[in-house]
Write a protein that binds this ligand. Structure first.
Ligand code: NAD
Ligand code: ZN
Length: 240
């Protein structure tokens, strides 16, 4: 089981949240209730999107994403849980069957009323053409990027699936997460309680470092390919 956070994507040029110069240094998050209540919050969402989304849209998966996709091809991945919204695991070749995006995905837009889906680029084109708060073409409802906002419920099914797989896994690998926000903080603890060893690849310390059987503070893009390289002969030998 692999659990990833913003740190798996920094080597793709997407800043994480909690490092200095990270996203929180620049933007105060827009709460879901604000989004629903305040037209200015909705306009600000789209204005920000125009600034920040091109970084996500243009980013390429790095060696860490690719190593995780390879783990799946070696049939050694039960489930990949990510907090990231950048879609880079998918672009690296991880399959949707083995991927849970706990915080949604920045590439889509959905109507809060009729739930019709649209591409982010096409909605951005409308904003650029002068619609500060573009309504749903089908029903006139509010459109919102398919990322989970602060104050918005996390997808229940995705969370349950993540918890189920965590209880059943035989190894829980954390990559690039500070493990401070829920459920990031809770899932590795759940794995530990169910007897799975913990491995943590994260540049800065986490509260679970003492309990981990493997710990690296080196860049994920270097550590993960090396881990796979060392594992691969053993995995292939076992399959024979
Ligand atoms: P975080 O910012 O709290 O923690 C990221 C961790 O990764 C840090 O502890 C940092 O030391 C470590 N790190 C940075 N670069 C690394 C590297 N190359 N190798 C190894 N470790 C590295 O991120 P989080 O725990 O994921 O939680 C923050 C929230 O931010 C999440 O909810 C996520 O949805 C959101 N977010 C997502 C993206 C994205 O989609 N790429 C980017 C920023 C924030
Ligand atoms: Zn609609």
């Amino acid at each position: 089981m692999v659990f990833t956070g913003a740190g798996v994507s920094t080597e793709s040029g997407i800043p994480d949240f909690r490092s200095p110069g990270g996203v929180w240094d620049r933007y105060k998050p827009i709460d879901f209730r604000e989004f629903v209540r305040d037209p200015e919050a909705r306009r600000e969402t789209w204005r920000r999107g125009l600034q920040t989304y091109p970084v996500l849209a243009g980013a390429q998966p790095n060696a860490a994403h690719q190593a995780i996709a390879k783990l799946e091809r070696l049939d050694k991945l039960a489930l990949l849980i990510t907090q990231n919204i950048d879609g880079l695991h998918t672009r690296a070749g991880s399959s949707s069957e083995r991927l849970v995006e706990l915080h949604g995905n920045a590439h889509g837009v959905r109507c809060l009323d009729c739930e019709a889906d649209y591409g982010r680029e096409e909605v951005h084109q409308r904003v650029l053409a002068g619609e500060a708060e573009p309504p749903c073409p089908a029903c006139g409802g509010w459109l919102k990027p398919t990322t989970v906002s602060f104050g918005e419920a996390m997808p229940v099914e995705a969370l349950q699936r993540a918890e189920r797989a965590t209880r059943e896994c035989d190894l829980f690998l954390v990559v690039g997460s500070s493990l401070v926000v829920y459920p990031a903080a809770a899932l590795p603890e759940l794995a530990l309680r169910h007897g799975a060893p913990l491995a943590i690849v994260n540049a800065s310390p986490t509260h679970l470092d003492q309990t981990a059987e493997f710990r690296s503070d080196q860049p994920a893009g270097q550590v993960l390919p090396e881990l796979i390289k060392q594992l691969q002969p053993r995995l292939l030998a076992r399959q024979r």
